[in-house]
Ligand binder design. Sequence first.
Ligand SMILES: Nc1ncnc2c1ncn2[C@@H]1O[C@H](COP(=O)(O)OP(=O)(O)OP(=O)(O)O)[C@@H](O)[C@H]1O
Ligand SMILES: [Mg+2]
Length: 477
Amino acid sequence: MVKMGELWTQLGSVMASMMFAYAMVKQFFPDNLGNILEKYTQKLVGYVYPYIQISFDEYTVEFFRRSEVYSSIQSYLSTKSSTRAKRLKAHDVKGSKALVLGMDDNEEVTDEFQGIKLWDIVMGSYLDHVRQEGKAIAVSNRQRKLYINNTGKGAKWSHVVFEHPATFETLAMDPKEKQAIINDLMKFSKGKDYYKKIGKAWKRGYLLYGPPGTGKSTMISAMSNLMNYDVYDLELTAVKDNTELRKLLIDITGKAIIVIEDIDCSLDLTGQRKKKKQEEEKDGDEKDPIPKRPEEEETTTSKVTLSGLLNFIDGIWSACGGERLIVFTTNYVDKLDPALIRRGRMDKHIQLSYCCFGAFKVLARNYLDVESHELFGTIERLLGETDMTPADVAENLMLKSDTEDADSCLKSLIEALEAAKVEVRVKAEEEAKLKAEKEEKEKEESGNSNHEVKCNGTIDKVKGTSVAEVKENGVTP
Ligand SMILES: Nc1ncnc2c1ncn2[C@@H]1O[C@H](COP(=O)(O)OP(=O)(O)OP(=O)(O)O)[C@@H](O)[C@H]1O
Ligand SMILES: [Mg+2]
């Protein structure tokens, strides 16, 4: 049996060599004589040559585009040929991180599939395998991109190569929560048939919320690195109207993460996060929880409406392309319109919060290569008593000079945590004192209306400063 197989293999090689020699000789015959010769040679070869040949053209007939099947086969064979063929050709394939190695002319490789030499296999299932594997290899080789829509460019994306080093491994958060998010993402990426079965577009919405510096943007980069998806960072305030928004959506390919950062600021389309934050700090808690619609805003430059955005997320166009994640981030989840974040639109709500001990351990491992330390107990206790963002913890753990080491960084973190704890207590005492003073003055005011303006002014000013300072330090009052 083995001998027979070898015999066929040798015969195959001999026939291939004969056909190559024939191709050389054919050049020296006039055209019509060459054609006759070809016809009879093919017939003759057909009697003795036991194999079927399938050719794949490099370019499609339509618009001379490069054939997708050809590219997949090329990617697939590049992994085989580089180990088994002797003469290789290197191709610079567009969008690929590395050179793709292919076989040189007249080289041959034999592949194994499902444990059998290919000579014996049914071509259908093997070709499907080559296509799928080739596509996967091409996807893992391609350079990921970060797309942005700029003001003044109309409904157009421009891009740069996406190279953010954040991964879920380096992301500091509770390990169980982190694993749940990874599982959710992996399930989604394999869910093509499932989504089809349940009649839903193959997309999933994530709402990431939490105070500044807790890792929302970092998590988006980790998602992109895990899933190998491009990132489309959509700046809503740069989109003129709903039509432009739709045009941008149509240009987004599959395997993409569409990101709208600070959705609470984009949605009312003032486009000025800073200004909005200042207003909030001034207004305190009296602000309307539902953001204003664009038509109510005076400083609006964009006419994208809430309904336009909802259509963007779940209108029929959003189903085209498939395999998309839509991620919103916000610092103020309570201020979002419930319609925008209901399940089905934003399927998974993820809270990123102040640094817990589990998250600290990830940072200590990343920044200091320390798995355990005698100071960990103190740090665990302090993190339970004080709110500090992972960004602030990370800053304390970062080695800033050659004289610093793990011990000194952990000590400086403890100092920072203790200082934050004291600060919170002082602020709370100050606020309690101010409140008492206010109440006292209100009592006096009932008999003296002239006093009113002065008291309110003082109180507002002190309160505004206090809130801003606490925010800056990443600590809740
Ligand atoms: N959970 C985290 N794990 C690891 N690093 C973090 C984490 N959170 C913050 N950092 C560090 O702090 C920096 C700021 O974090 P990031 O930009 O992700 O915060 P954010 O939540 O998006 O803040 P904002 O609401 O202001 O946009 C990051 O570059 C990273 O170094
Ligand atoms: Mg951010």
